[in-house]
Design a protein around this ligand. Structure first.
Ligand SMILES: N[C@@H](CCC(=O)N[C@@H](CS)C(=O)NCC(=O)O)C(=O)O
Length: 362
């Protein structure tokens, strides 16, 4: 059991959507924190290494990395924003980002996972497919943790980092077969979010949930940084651009009672704009998660499926199999009444397919 105490310490960089997700969440929750300069190689700043003490490495080094203490008081490094958010709930009872009604909590987890694991496909795709995006990211990524480095060194690092990230497109499944599916689905999501934000300040009502921070994290890249996707957002969904900027610092945002759309089992209906978002999630992310899980279970390296009537193929991603298992576990923990409440809320969206037994998947 890892213990965390304030001020929380984390390592991350501005261009990491998950770092931005967590920083915005900590600001909103008013949890004191220190952001340590970070890099993929976990060297604090080149040529200035003595300024920061050595830190343990996480099992899989990802940004952001948080530091806590194990039961022996040893410092440990931990990654993965979704379970960490749930751990940090206990740091303070106020300003929770998890809805109190468990069925609505599961909807939050599904949307959070969609933000983290599906929208990131669009983020990675736009950033490392189009020339202006590759150029900008190539220039900025190496500079974020080394502002004073020479232009020559940065040119070298730019090339290295761009080559590495482009080679990683296969992990997210961006390739000539999936390109239209990724782009169409991102544009549909933009329209749906823009429409929802017309009536609600956040995805689940008048207060932010962890799913808002997940979506926000990816949008810090898609809406605010990468030129090709930013152009799309500005043209088709300017409200989403503004929302992303507002999400960054909600430290002064005040809550009122009943700010969630669903506050208890007595509330059984979602607004059409939120149901439409769940329908989109059900149509694209659910078939993806199921096909990936089946491939992971069968130890296949690659898999093919159909998403939104188009072919999809990519390398199997074991982390996303784990994500599905978390969702299945959360569904299994619901009581009969809460399960029935959840079924009412998701209505006839394909989200229900996630929780049906499929052959080869336990
Ligand atoms: N599931 C993780 C994902 C974190 C992640 O993928 N971080 C990226 C940066 S945004 C990373 O560190 N990639 C490996 C690298 O850059 O070396 C989370 O939610 O925190």
């Amino acid at each position: 059991m890892v213990k965390y105490q304030e001020p929380l310490e984390l390592m991350g960089v501005p261009g990491s959507p998950y770092t931005r997700k967590m920083l915005a969440l900590l600001r909103y929750r008013r949890i004191r924190h220190h952001l340590l300069p970070g890099s993929r190689h976990r060297v604090a700043t080149d040529g200035d290494g003595d300024r920061y003490r050595a830190r343990p490495m996480p099992k899989v080094p990802l940004l952001p990395t948080f530091y806590g203490r194990d039961e022996n008081g040893e410092e440990v490094a931990v990654c993965d924003s979704t379970p960490l958010i749930r751990e940090f709930e206990s740091l303070s009872a106020d300003r929770s980002v998890i809805p109190a009604a468990p069925a609505f909590g599961l909807i939050n987890s599904i949307l959070e996972d969609y933000g983290d694991e599906w929208l990131t496909k669009a983020m990675f795709h736009y950033r490392w497919t189009y020339e202006p995006d590759i150029k900008k990211a190539g220039q900025m990524l190496p500079r974020w943790n080394n502002i004073t480095a020479s232009d020559e060194l940065m040119a070298e690092r730019s090339q290295e980092i761009s080559d590495l990230q482009i080679s990683r497109l296969r992990y997210v499944g961006s390739n000539p077969v999936t390109r239209t599916t990724i782009e169409d689905s991102f544009q549909r999501f933009l329209g749906l979010l823009d429409n929802h934000l017309n009536s609600f300040a956040f995805l689940l009502g008048k207060r932010p949930a962890s799913c808002d921070f997940a979506v926000y994290g990816q949008l810090t890249c898609l809406a605010l940084f990468d030129p090709t996707s930013q152009q799309l957002v500005l043209e088709h969904a300017p409200r989403v651009h503004a929302w992303t900027e507002v999400m960054e610092d909600l430290s002064g945002f005040e809550l009122m009672d009943n700010d969630w759309i669903i506050n208890s089992e007595a509330d059984t209906e979602l607004p059409p704009s939120l149901s439409a978002i769940l329908k989109e999630v059900g149509a694209v992310y659910v078939p993806y998660l199921l096909a990936n899980a089946k491939a992971a279970k069968n130890q296949q390296q690659q898999f093919k499926t159909t998403i939104a009537d188009e072919d999809w193929e990519q390398q199997t991603f074991s982390h996303q199999y784990k994500c599905l298992q978390w969702l299945l576990n959360e569904r299994a923990e619901l009581s009969n009444g809460q399960g029935a409440h959840f079924d009412l809320l998701i209505g006839n969206t394909e989200i229900s397919h996630l929780f049906k037994q499929i052959p080869g998947l336990s």
